[in-house]
Design a binder for this molecule. Structure first.
Ligand code: APR
Ligand code: PHB
Length: 389
């Protein structure tokens, strides 16, 4: 098979890029290792920036997003008894959209056949070849048969563990990493949320986040040491911990119920540079990871994909190589800002095991400053709603 752009990975990044390229009349195919049910079984964060919502709207794939998404004009930082509201809408004129990122993947997946976007699932042993040439190709195995796709570009949207990043020679690359000494234990439950807006809480017992998927489905998190096992966390134990950490007002409004999902995810900050090598471009988790504090993962994948699509369109329409050459620097400029925001919100809202009284005093001082300064609140709000693309 021959195509213009071969995309590895049918997560949100790969599917969004596939749709955007198809809408510009560019030939592409998406190659995914798992089956579609497996891709949809991954539960991810639930806050979309306006730019991400805008891309879905541009594709005309935002019907469900508009019908079911919850526009939020603010969120809260809690510290013990204190609650600081960040008036995102008042400070930036924009809202975020609370909508499960898994649902974005579903919307993109469901629309693929009608839009002529070919997605090959169950593709094993995907490997990239010839990325330093103008004629790279992919190989994989499906139903026992070897397959080959020739392309002008390959885009790696294959997440943190995929093969594309590893195809870039280490001599041409640089990695930046910070692993955090805790994970987030998340639960999903069909109970009404305890608050109309999200609450990120820093409590002496640890971090907690109250989030939601709808008026009747809640998503909560607490931070736990990486040594914890999810089997040791009964639903009651999680609810007790949430009630203790979220602050008195939220605690009084928590509705408990059986969890429908419960898992522990580690936190990591990671950036791989460059995001292009020869004819291979990287987008999303293939190139970078943010801790979930601030929900930037999918939003960053969406801005990468936007830059990649713009560069590819220029290449195929106007034989403009400069846009491709500039992709990595352009994407990384925004990546690093989101990395900084996710890291700083993580530092502000978690108790690190290595921290002493000085670090805690710094957190309190920063929260005092945020509570009293419109400038500080604006800086948080404009990052939360999403920096310009
Ligand atoms: N071959 C083919 N596909 C692969 C391979 C492989 N060897 N390895 C991984 N993949 C697929 C995965 O199965 C997955 O479906 O690539 C896809 C990567 O998807 P994600 O991990 O969701 O990464 P991305 O699309 O970049 O998502 C960006 O969205 O939901 C958020 O938190 C999530 O930050 C992430 C963001
Ligand atoms: C979520 O709803 O899952 C969520 C929301 C905000 C975050 C992280 C996760 O910062």
């Amino acid at each position: 098979m021959k195509t213009q752009v071969a995309i590895i990975g049918a997560g949100p990044a790969g599917l969004l890029l596939g749709h955007l390229l198809r809408s510009e009349g560019i030939d592409c195919v998406v190659i995914e290792r798992q089956n579609s049910d497996h891709v949809l079984s991954r539960i991810r964060a639930g806050v979309l920036e306006q730019g991400t919502v805008g891309l879905m709207a541009r594709l005309g794939l935002d019907d469900r997003l508009k019908a079911e998404g919850l526009p939020h004009g603010g969120f809260n930082l809690a510290d013990g008894e204190r609650l600081i509201r960040i008036d995102v809408e008042g400070l930036t004129g924009q809202q975020v959209m609370v909508y499960g990122q898994t649902e974005i993947t579903r919307d993109l997946m469901d629309a693929a056949p009608a839009r002529g976007l070919q997605v090959v699932y169950n593709a094993l042993d995907v490997a990239v070849h010839g990325i330093e040439s103008d004629a790279p190709w992919l190989t994989y195995r499906r139903d026992g048969a070897e397959q080959r796709i020739d392309a002008r570009f390959i885009v790696g949207c294959d997440g943190f563990h995929g093969p594309s990043r590893k195809a870039i020679p280490t001599s041409a690359a640089r990695e930046f990493e910070r692993v955090y000494p805790f994970g987030w234990l998340g639960i999903l439950a069909d109970v009404p949320p305890c608050n109309q807006e999200l609450i990120y809480a820093n409590h002496e017992r640890g971090f907690a986040l109250a989030s939601m998927r709808s008026e009747t489905r809640s998503r909560y998190y607490i931070d736990v040491p990486l040594t914890e096992r999810v089997e040791d966390w009964s639903d009651d134990r999680v609810w007790d911990e949430l009630a203790a950490r979220l602050g008195p007002e939220a605690a009084a409004n928590i509705t408990r119920g059986p969890s429908i999902e419960k898992s522990i995810a580690p936190l990591r900050s990671y950036v791989f540079e460059p995001m292009r090598h020869g004819s291979l471009l990287l987008c999303g988790d293939a190139a970078h990871i943010v801790p979930p504090t601030g929900a930037k993962g999918l939003n960053l994948a969406a801005s990468d994909v936007h830059y990649a699509c713009t560069a590819l369109v220029r290449f195929f329409r106007a034989a403009d190589n400069d846009a491709i050459a500039g992709y990595s620097a352009k994407a990384l400029a925004r990546v690093w800002k989101s990395e900084r925001f996710s890291w700083s919100l993580t530092k502000l809202m978690h108790r690190f095991p290595e921290d002493g009284p000085f670090e805690r005093a710094m957190q309190v001082a920063e929260l005092d400053y945020i509570a009293s300064s419109k400038a500080a609140q604006t800086a948080i709000a404009e990052n939360y709603v999403g920096l310009p693309v």
